[in-house]
Write a protein that binds this ligand. Structure first.
Ligand code: SAM
Length: 236
């Protein structure tokens, strides 16, 4: 379970709210039982229950079980899509190990709302489920043009472009070999990028157009496919 406070061996932690409900009512936890906690700052700890209340419980931390992990330096820049699909992308991106997720507003996503607090809940749940000890960072919504203007010089932008061919310019495998180092994946909205946006992205020196195969994937599928390809080629 993720707790938003720095943990250390020997410390006592009081849990209430959603965590307490989960442990007391869903898991029906008993005194003395072990619970794994992580704080997204120092690592993962094993604790045990020392006091059970009706709506809260106290845990004593026995010791550290893992250091906070270092995830591959990959950002996911994804244009917002329908809420439940975007939350799904956030969940899968967390499981697959991205370091950061950035919602990017494009010409064809003007009307889509992003709710960072809801996305964050999905990321936490995914991290707990897959036993990640470092949560991905989550940036606020940024406009595509603004993002391109301030793009860091040392980070490659793998731009998922359904217009390039997988066996030619868009070979993901070749792009991985040619462009080592910090990277980001840029995935467009359901309607794709406009021609103007496409040109602006390509004009960025760090931009690398990549294909995700011969079919046009839905934006959520494209995000997960791109992360998996990158991780398979580069992540460790
Ligand atoms: N322009 C399109 C249209 O409306 O016909 C489709 C956009 S697609 C549903 C959403 C996004 O997924 C694209 O902007 C792109 O970033 C990514 N994508 C989907 N299929 C892809 C592929 N085969 N190769 C590279 N990127 C892909």
């Amino acid at each position: 379970l993720y707790v938003d406070t720095e943990l250390s061996e020997g410390a006592e932690i009081r849990l209430d709210g959603g965590h307490a409900h989960y442990l007391l009512k869903v898991m029906r936890i008993k005194e003395g039982q072990p619970v794994k906690l992580f704080d997204n700052r120092t690592g993962e700890y094993l604790a045990h229950v020392t006091m059970l209340g009706k709506r809260d419980l106290i845990l004593l931390i026995d010791g550290k079980t893992r250091e906070r992990e270092i995830v591959p330096d990959l950002w996911l820049l994804a244009a917002p899509i329908k809420k439940d699909r975007y939350n799904w992308v956030a969940e899968k991106a967390t499981e697959l190990g991205v370091a950061k997720m950035v919602p990017v507003q494009t010409e064809r996503t003007q009307n889509v709302q992003v709710k960072p607090d809801k996305i964050w809940v999905h990321m936490i749940e995914a991290a707990e489920q897959c036993e990640r000890t470092a949560l991905p960072a989550l940036d606020g919504l940024i406009k595509l043009d603004e993002m391109l203007q301030n793009w860091p010089t040392d980070r490659h932008l793998f731009f998922a472009d359904e217009r390039v061919h997988e066996s030619g310019e868009g070979s993901f495998r070749k792009a991985l070999v040619a462009h080592a180092g910090p990277a980001a994946l840029l995935i467009g909205p359901e309607g794709g990028f406009s021609d103007r946006e496409n040109e602006a992205i390509r004009a960025l020196p760090q931009s690398v157009p990549v294909s995700l195969g011969p079919r046009i994937l839905r934006a959520d599928t494209a995000a997960v496919a791109a992360i998996s390809l990158w991780m398979a080629g580069r992540g460790d």
